[in-house]
Ligand binder design. Structure first.
Ligand code: ADP
Ligand code: MG
Ligand code: ZN
Length: 476
């Protein structure tokens, strides 16, 4: 890879969080029977008229404002003409030369270095249908046709597969913060076209010939496809070959890119303004109102978490990556939990459960106030850590209250002097040899005895109190 510069530009299609489609009132619900969420408009019947979904425009503008784009008060829709079996009208309604947003950037961090990926534009377009193939026949489901997509196009500023991945993660976090998309990858809410070229580092500024890998629907797929494609292009150049400008497909199973077709150009699409749709004209006051209601973005929030709660940068980064997780953490702190303890619990236990179950934080039966009370039990020495984790498990299942779980299951930590004395007496009597070792100077024997006390109490002894009483008994 040495001696080459890599340039990558991403075109990311994001499904907007609207209830209805972009130009008709059909629902956008996922996973319904094929061809049930359709009407004459999204099926492309002649004589029907599209009407622009105002929410889709608003969400695109909100995205532009979050990403520092220029919002164009005048934009328009164009027809992009091509034939494809899953596209009912033989043209797709998109935006050509007057998109809703231009410019802007996404900040990424790779190996401790912050970098700005510049954006070219964000435009709105409609999704197409989906083809299915059954043995010797095929079918098309048009439920997805007409669903609003926002296409976010970067400049070729990305220089590695890692940066491309970091860009997508950062972008997804911002889109989720702004509640513009659910960004549900399983449901195909985020799909990427990946453009990539390499160039020998010899002082020339011109970018190499690019290839475009179409329609990747996982971030891991983008990463793997890029790793492969970069290496492939360098190999071709090293052998004295040239890169063909091509459209490729990523075969995830085989782990290779496959040529689909030679590159198409804008003029192949015969773009022209859609005569059925009036231009989109926004009033400055309405854009300003949307600007004022923007949420705090992840990078700001991360800095605030470090300052306000004294969290290490790592913790803050993990917590803010998802808005719901960050909200959960903040609510736990607001309920009185010390920030670092709350951060530890959220980063280890809560995120582990999310990762294992695939659930969202809001689906958990665990409430922030309950977690705060559990943390308080640990802080006050009422339960030790292993017990607290056990209680946490019960809270997740039953949504129960930590104090009650501790009481009902007899899990309270034993700190009672008399009770501990009795156990210590028993342990010492049963381990005379270890006692003699300790008294002969083998101080490490104390750990063994503490372990015995914990065992006798099934882990409930307060370890500090147990150690103190043991030491008193051994040395007194
Ligand atoms: P096209 O007309 O082929 O669609 P565009 O110029 O519109 O190409 O760019 C599409 C995407 O490809 C953008 O994200 C852009 O940054 C990226 N891109 C353009 N040229 C290159 C290149 N030489 N190498 C890598 N990416 C590129
Ligand atoms: Mg393209
Ligand atoms: Zn419809």
């Amino acid at each position: 890879m040495q001696g080459y510069d890599v340039s990558i530009g991403l075109e990311t299609h994001v499904q907007l969080k609207t209830r209805s489609k972009l130009f008709c009132s059909c629902p956008t619900r996922f996973g319904e029977e094929p061809n049930t969420n359709v009407c004459p408009v999204c099926l492309g019947y002649p004589g029907t008229l599209p009407v622009v979904n105002y929410q889709a425009v608003r969400l695109t503008v909100v995205t532009g404002l979050m990403l520092g784009c220029r919002v164009n008060l005048h934009s328009k829709f164009d027809r992009k003409n091509y034939f494809y079996p899953d596209m009912p009208k033989n043209y797709q309604i998109s935006q050509y030369d007057q998109p809703i947003c231009t410019g802007g950037s996404v900040e990424i961090e790779v190996e401790g270095k912050v970098k700005r990926i510049r954006l070219r534009r964000i435009h709105l377009e409609e999704d197409v249908g989906k083809s299915f193939h059954f043995g010797r026949s095929s079918g098309v489901d048009f439920n997805r046709a007409g669903i609003p997509l926002m296409e976010i196009v970067t400049e070729p500023d990305i220089s590695s597969a890692d940066e491309a991945h970091a860009y997508l993660v950062a972008l997804k976090a911002i889109l989720e913060y702004g509640e513009v998309s659910d960004c549900n990858l399983e449901e195909g809410n985020v799909r990427c076209d990946v453009n990539c070229s390499v160039r020998k580092r010899d002082g020339s500024r011109e970018l190499g010939t690019k290839t475009e890998i179409k329609n990747l629907n996982t971030f891991r797929g983008v990463y793997r496809a890029l790793k492969y494609e970069i290496a492939r292009q360098i190999r071709v150049l090293e052998r004295g070959g040239t890169i063909q400008q091509q459209t490729l497909r990523w075969d995830d199973e085989k782990g290779v890119t496959v040529a689909l077709r030679s590159k198409e150009y804008a003029h192949d699409y015969r773009y022209f303004p859609d005569p059925d749709i009036p231009p989109v004209v926004l009033r400055p006051e309405e854009v300003e109102a949307w600007r004022e209601s923007l949420p705090e973005l992840p990078s700001r929030r991360k800095r605030r978490f470090q300052e306000q709660y004294g969290l290490p940068e790592y913790d803050a980064g993990v917590l803010v990556a998802e808005r719901e997780v960050a909200d959960f953490f903040e609510r736990t702190v607001a309920e009185g939990a010390p920030p670092k303890a709350a951060s530890n619990w959220v980063m280890t236990e809560v995120l582990r459960v999310i990762g294992e179950s695939g659930k969202r934080v809001s689906d958990l039966r665990l409430r922030p106030e309950a977690l705060a009370r559990l943390i308080s039990l640990v802080e006050r020495g009422m339960v030790n850590m292993p017990t607290a984790k056990e209680v946490f498990g019960v809270m997740l299942e039953t949504g129960g209250d930590p104090e009650r779980i501790v009481r009902e299951r007899g899990l309270a930590q034993v700190s009672d002097e008399g009770e501990l004395m009795e156990v210590v007496g028993r342990v010492l009597a049963a381990n005379q040899k270890v006692v003699a070792d300790y008294r002969a100077g083998k101080k490490a024997a104390l750990q063994f005895l503490i372990g015995q006390v914990m065992r006798e109490t099934r882990g409930k002894a307060n370890p500090k109190a147990a150690a103190r009483i043991l030491r008193e008994q051994l040395e007194g």
